[in-house]
Design a protein around this ligand. Sequence first.
Ligand code: IVH
Length: 689
Amino acid sequence: MNREQAQKRIAGLRREIERHNFLYYTLDAPEISDAEYDRLYRELAKLERQFPDLVTPDSPTQKVGGPIARELAAVRHEFPMYSLDNAFSFDELREFDARVHRFLKLDAAEPLAYHIEPKLDGLAVSLKYEDGLFALGATRGDGLEGEDVTENLRTVKPLPLRLTRAVSLTVRGEVFFTEQDFARVNDQRTEAGEPLFANARNAAAGSLRQLDTSVTASRPLRVYLYTLEEPERHGVETQARAMEKLRELHLPTAPLSALCRGIAEVLAYLESDFAAAREELAFSTDGAVVKLNEFALWEKLGFTAKSPRFAIAYKYAAEEAVTTLNGVTFQLSRTGTLTPVAQLAPVEIGGVTVKRATLHNLDEIERLGVAIGDKVRVIRAGEVIPKVEGVAERGEKRRDILAELPTHCESCGTELARRDDPPNLACPNRECPEVVAQQVAFFAARGAMRIEGLGEKIARRLVQGGLLKDIADIYSLREHEQQLVALEGFAEISVQNLFAEIEGSKRRPFARVLFALGIPQVGAQTARMLTEHFADIDEMLAATPEQFAEIYGIGEIVAREIHDFLHDERSRARIKRLRKAGLQFASGAEEHAQGFFSGMKVCVTGRIEPFTRDEWKEIIEASDGFFVSSVSKSTDLLLAGEEAGSKLAKAQKLGVDVMDADRLRKALQVEELPVAGELAERWREFITE
Ligand code: IVH
């Protein structure tokens, strides 16, 4: 290819990639698979390597980052960044509406148009584009002056470095993590023995304000924009139109917004549609922002010292309770770190009885200033692990937690060591039975190798019984059948079931195997990216850190972790044994069997045309799910069709996720189910109906 041809192809590839970014991150409707996306990206990267002078700073390949500065420079905001007043009840929202009417001297009965948006829980940023190119990004700071995070923001995947048109504008929005990504980031930090982020907002702030932007690049940050500054310059008169305009430019905006006429409609929307949809959002919101739609009214209303008069944040009450801290235990993880866990007097928070809460690490204990015997505030947000938030009232007899730290591992008796960053206790014994048991349980977990019947408890017993010393021993358990049966409480039948499960796990695709190995920083998604990129484990074992970093979405730090793990003697020995046992270490046809129902226990009730119950069973199992015939606490999903019976009521009572045909269709748009033949044909018809 000559230079001219390359130039053309590069421009085309960039446009393609930018479009797919927008489809993926903003519309949540990708048109191509991750693998296809990867191919486009690699082709672009390769061409740019061949013609380095054609690399421009706005290329999607320029999102990898590197060291930038000793400290972040200060940036004065052109327009101050205000915060929002809060309303905690519908009464307060009605008051807000009344206030607006009074201020505007409007008849109280005149309905005003409001634009409702989710309140994003992250870090506010201000972005400047010049002639369509991303030019400057700053944090909110104190509202008048923030920090220059331009280079960090450059690495944020959903943020376009170039708009669809060469306009100059300032936009504002929020950088955040989705709940799932936040959990993954903290999982990785546990793996790496790094301090856990206390919440998603801290994680976003910590990830963005990095002096080495390759760290930012390694974190799956998201961004949604919600303010267009100086809208009049762009001929835009309402907030609803401004959001449309941003989307036209391919700037990401939050899903789930609505335009309501009058405060009564606002309240009805918040109570029903928004409340229901909020649960489904990938990111967490602690409420909604209610904004007047007309910018002309914004002008008239203006700002108080701190916040605009034309908007208000409606916040759902945080779920919190006060209870006594009875003690602290230390939970050994599969990396050997001991996490402090608060043992609480049982208390109900948001309908769930909470007895334990995380204290994260030793620093957190010091920061909170908690002691045993104190009354503590405990919060629980959605599915997140409950955590101790602070001291509500000091106890009369207080026992200092840090002064009474354990000195030896409860499991193996080894003297405990300290890990810095965060300060935590750790068991340094690589053969510690509890550490091995945790590794085995992780390996066998649903999202990993899915060996039912090899949970934490059983894993612990097998390790203590001397039957497992390493993950790889799982596949030679058969040789110890007599010993197993002799273990107390192990009936012949459960032993046979366990063997069958272990045998079945050998069919799990390469990506699962890789994830199950517990490579630091490698979650299920990263594992999948790796197996899409490398044909088999041999290619991976031969790869350099640079080759791992070539994969879109894998930064230098993660690349180095993967490389080091694969070059560790123990890992090598383990991989060799697992391979000999017959596990999948190559991406084959099996790879695609990872479907929508993967790892889930799914129950079906009522009629869901056009499939019979048996066909549903086939579909669920083909995509690596479990078909179960009754609903219990451990059921992950109930597919409910017409004439659904008592199972539906039971699922609702137990809080099991329920999908009807419509929701299923919507959710499945992005998934291919691996069913063959006629069933596949009908399946395609079903989801495109
Ligand atoms: S508009 C003029 N819209 O909430 C005020 N803010 O508590 C501009 N936030 O600093 C804010 N979601 O960081 C706006 N849809 C949304 C928002 C939002 C989250 C944040 C923002 C702001 C804070 C105020």
